[in-house]
Write a protein that binds this ligand. Sequence first.
Ligand SMILES: [Ca+2]
Length: 458
Amino acid sequence: MLFLCASAALQYFDPMALFSTRNSSSVWVLAFLGAAGAALSAQACGGDDGGSSETSGTPTSTTSSQGGAGPSTGGNGNTGGDGGSTSSNSGGGGGGVGGGSSQVDCGLEAQGPVPDLQLTPISTNLDRPVFVTAAPGDNERLFVVEQEGRVRVIVNGVLQGAPFIDISALTDQPGQVDEFGLLSMVFHPDYATNGRFFLFYSDSDASVVSEFARSANDPNVASPGVVQTILNFPGAVGQHYGAMMAFAEDGYLFVSSGDRGDSSTSQDIDDIHGKLLRLDVDDVDTAPPGNLPGGHPLVWNYGLRNSWRFSIDRCTQDLYISDVGGNWEEVNIEPPNTGHRNYGWPIADQGTECTTGTCAVVAHNHNSGDCSIVGGYVYRGTGIPNMNGRYIYGDSCSLRIRSFRWGGGDTVALEEELTDNLNSDGTLQYMTSFGEDNVGNLYVLDLAGGLYRIDAQQ
Ligand SMILES: [Ca+2]
């Protein structure tokens, strides 16, 4: 999934051989990805995305009915060099991103370096975990998205055997290095009373956001039946699905769409791919007021490549949009209600010194060993005071975890890499996502099966 680099790896190694011979052992391939991360970044992940000769797919379609998604047209024309992959944030809308600042102290502000930290294992028995969040108003449970189509529930630290929901019959089944499958989850801000939640998944023809419902009498169970289709648009061709979702404070839902491996989509504001979208889950056929005029009605921002994870600071409502690039792994930041921005892809893959659109606030070049940014969250917990207000994020390939505090515009403060402090590169094999709970704790997920909480050492 994750990762562009994973896709790039396919150009050097026959993935089908891996799948067919080692299908039952993720560790072998993961170890390969982890160890080869730096090399991949220099080879496969490097280089600009030459674009593809594919015509952009039929745009869109937000529809409340199933169907409507056109098949993705044949293979993409990427020649080697495409880097990337998936990135972006999890919104956590549910866990608080979209609004819930009530359980955190927004007055705390980091004053200096963080103390000694650790990655505390919460579970190491997950199956390809790619996202974690909490439900608004529920401090007992964590919900972990597994890529093959299940959401697992952890109650007071204990992983439950039965999944919360299993939609593996609806979604593609990923091989070891595939980006597709069940990719993210978000709870409705009023989930505690209405039981509504949303899943982003792929099938062979489409990227889909559907609404599901919690069981009326068991908080650990949901119905696998689709309540309504929120989005259904032509899917990616193996890479760059986007796939993050988060509710903003005004109740509208942000959804990222990747460029589907066709960089020509990102600057085309009529095309739904390569965008940050904004929609109303209560009226999916009508775009919310305030979206970018003149193009696809759901577009909020354009010029993105693959925002695998993005998040909203629950205290300031600032939007942190990571974007997996061809040469640069970017963090783009915008204040609430600003939008309508062109983040440059593919014209400008130039990090913080771009010549087109809005430049990244922070960026890391592939020559540093990074190759697939994993957007995180602004820390708002109480356990690590000097991390408060800092954005925490990582990279799938380098396994680095970094932090900084945004100072507005293109300024940053308190930049501090936390890789050694957390021993992230010694613990994780393939970083997939961060997540946030209701009280502001941050978590990180490893495709090899681990869920870890970022804690201060006691
Ligand atoms: Ca950019």
